[in-house]
Design a protein around this ligand. Structure first.
Ligand code: PMV
Length: 342
């Protein structure tokens, strides 16, 4: 049942031509490249897990210096009975969780059940940055499929397909700020992201690594547990959508203080719902909390710096270029990115 709904969604997005046309390849190889994105107003919770539809809209900034490059080709059915997935130069076993998830996504794009793909994915995200790469990963994979099948999809359709792979991937098709509209429709065709046409050259994001080990609870599992067991979660969608409106205004006015406060408060509110989940989800490490205190202390001293955090212990610092020396002085190992310059 859910597979039929998913297949219908994919068909609606990639067009109404015949199955054979849609999945016929004229090219040998498809390529795609997409940046990582960091949400300033987070996506946390699905209203529909079959189509990956969120309970709230979200807003992000892309980091063009970091991301994923993916190549895809159709394998010869005479010689292959399964997909081949390579991650950062390493072939993965079909049972590997990453390879398995990619293959399940690719099931929607096989011309026949005997069609198998070779997928080569390289993440330029340094492991040290501790950034989730599923957003850039699914955006790059969708771009590679679009190239392989010569679909010529527009950004809306690409974003819809990327969202289907991993929610936050809907926002990784764009540089700069992007907004993912939660949508209202049951068919999911109005839940996609688009770019916010603005530049802010002084805007900086600092990546502060605390721990880069695989997270104990995946975001999909974490969201589901939060929605099911956290009484505080009821307040989240309204708060997140209000934060998003505040952020849009702050971006328009280049009001950094409002942007920083809103993003930090939004991240802490999301983490509060996680902590109030059962079993509790605490992604923070003692060093994460230590870094928060350091940031609050810097703010007391007049340094305009804020942070955001995702489903992991690492912090992403938000500040303007003028504060770069103070930030580098306070956090020796920080990696500073300038999203509108990199
Ligand atoms: O796209 P997913 O399923 O990896 O979920 C991402 C969730 C957060 O990173 C915590 C928030 C967000 O909006 O990116």
């Amino acid at each position: 049942m859910s597979q039929a709904i998913q297949q219908k969604f994919v068909h609606q997005v990639i067009g109404h031509s015949s199955e054979q046309n849609r999945l016929a390849t004229t090219k040998k190889l498809g390529k795609g490249k997409a940046p990582v994105n960091i949400a300033l107003s987070k996506y946390w919770g699905k209203r529909d897990s079959v189509l990956n539809l969120p309970t709230n809209s979200s807003l992000s900034i892309s980091l063009p210096g970091l991301g994923t490059e993916t190549k895809i080709e159709v394998l010869n059915p005479q010689t292959t009975q399964e997909d081949q997935v390579y991650l950062n130069g390493q072939p993965l076993e079909a049972s590997n969780a990453f390879a398995n998830r990619v293959s399940r996504f690719l099931n929607f794009f096989r011309a026949t059940p005997q069609t198998f793909f070779k997928v080569t994915t390289v993440n330029s995200v340094p492991t040290a940055a501790g950034l989730a790469s599923s957003a850039s990963g699914y955006a790059a994979l969708v771009l590679a499929l679009n190239d392989l099948f010569s679909w010529n999809l527009d950004n809306k359709a690409l974003s819809l397909l990327a969202r289907f792979g991993s929610g936050s991937a809907s926002r990784s098709l764009f540089s700069g700020f992007a907004i993912w509209h939660q949508g209202q429709q049951a068919d999911g065709l109005d839940s996609y992201a688009e770019a916010i046409e603005t530049t802010w050259p002084e805007f900086c994001v600092g990546l502060l690594e605390i721990d880069v080990k695989q997270k104990p609870v995946s975001s999909t599992q974490g969201m589901q547990n939060t929605v099911e067991t956290c009484a505080l979660y009821q307040a989240w969608p309204k708060q997140a959508n209000q934060d998003l409106q505040t952020l849009l205004k702050a971006i328009e006015l280049k009001d950094f203080e409002t942007l920083g406060k809103t993003a930090e408060h939004n991240a802490l509110t999301m983490h509060a719902t996680m902590i109030a989940t059962w079993p509790p989800i605490v992604y923070w490490q003692p060093e994460s909390v230590e870094a928060m205190h350091k940031i609050w202390h810097l703010r007391e001293q007049g340094v305009q710096v804020y942070f955001t955090m995702d489903a992991g212990p690492n912090l992403k610092l938000l500040f303007l270029e003028t504060e770069k020396p103070a930030i580098k002085q306070a956090f020796k190992a920080i990696k500073v990115l300038e999203p509108f310059k990199d």
